[in-house]
Design a protein around this ligand. Sequence first.
Ligand SMILES: [Zn+2]
Length: 366
Amino acid sequence: MIGDRSVLVVHDDRMLEHKPNAGEPFLPGRLDRRVREILNGLGIKWDYPEHPGRLSAIMDYLNANPIEGVRFTGARPATDEELCRVHTRSYLSDLYRLRGQSAWLDVDTTAVSPGSVDAAEVAAGAAIMAAEAVVNGEAESAFALCRPPGHHAEPVRARGFCLFNNVAIAAAHARQKLGCERVMILDWDAHHGNGTQSIFYASSDVLFVDTHRAAPFYPGTGLLEEVGAGLGEGTTVNIPLPGDTGNLGMMKALEDILVPATQWFQPDLILVSAGFDPHRLDLCLNLTYDGFRNMTRLMQDLAETHCNGRLAFVLEGGYHLESLSQGVHAVLETLAGADVPPLSEAGFSEIEAAAAFHLNAFRDDY
Ligand SMILES: [Zn+2]
């Protein structure tokens, strides 16, 4: 029943101060300047999809539709030491120099505005707080509403709207400071978490499982054969999916691959890189809210079985404001103890209802 379980949502308005401006001129000498000129010549306007309205939409929906058992807390910024566990010193120094400025960082669309570096530090801190809350027993599960997102950010590079790799920073913190030896990360965002993969590619202490729309879909990585290297060989698990994969396919991927991987790995903590772009409204995969509910319940069951229920979610992508806000709500309701409806092929329940409506018309004895 909703309210049976305690859920902590970490949210902080400072993350709204990351306001990338798509009109910011590119750094000189870049190929992209040429691309921009071509787009401008064609009259195509390109807006930055990762904007503050994403978080506002989520908070507005949660405020209008409160969930029993869910409480909120603000976040603290991550420290330099915490960021340094997954990013290089030179990358961090370069980013700190951009504090208070507007600039483009990378070819694939990561921009900063004057409040961006502070916002990104708070986002990473929010992810850390979610992990701390479940390890320290402050809540049965937690959800960090992070912005900018993190899973494309690599040790040395901002990519794909991401500055700091929030989920990786939380995993590294759990290992370093919270006594967790083994951390499992499921990344169910529709895009491959290239940054998280690269950070832990040679680590045997972090199991990274990623379901995503297969390359050449952005960022083009996440092939089946990318399984980790060195000591980390076998602890990277990629599950590339065709774009029309729906709820049943996603659940099959998790049940057939994630469940045995979790049994083998025996994590002390489970983190979820939760993007909501697998929802069909975001046009990347073909999931519905019931899909997210079932995935969440499976993660709860795995956490109960293997790590005293320790389960923390970190927001990644999701750009359609309706599916983003209602998707987060569906996950939080499930974490709070809501019943989860059984899944069937899309349209089956409506067809069963239609059959019940029509069937008597075909009976002579009625
Ligand atoms: Zn995504």
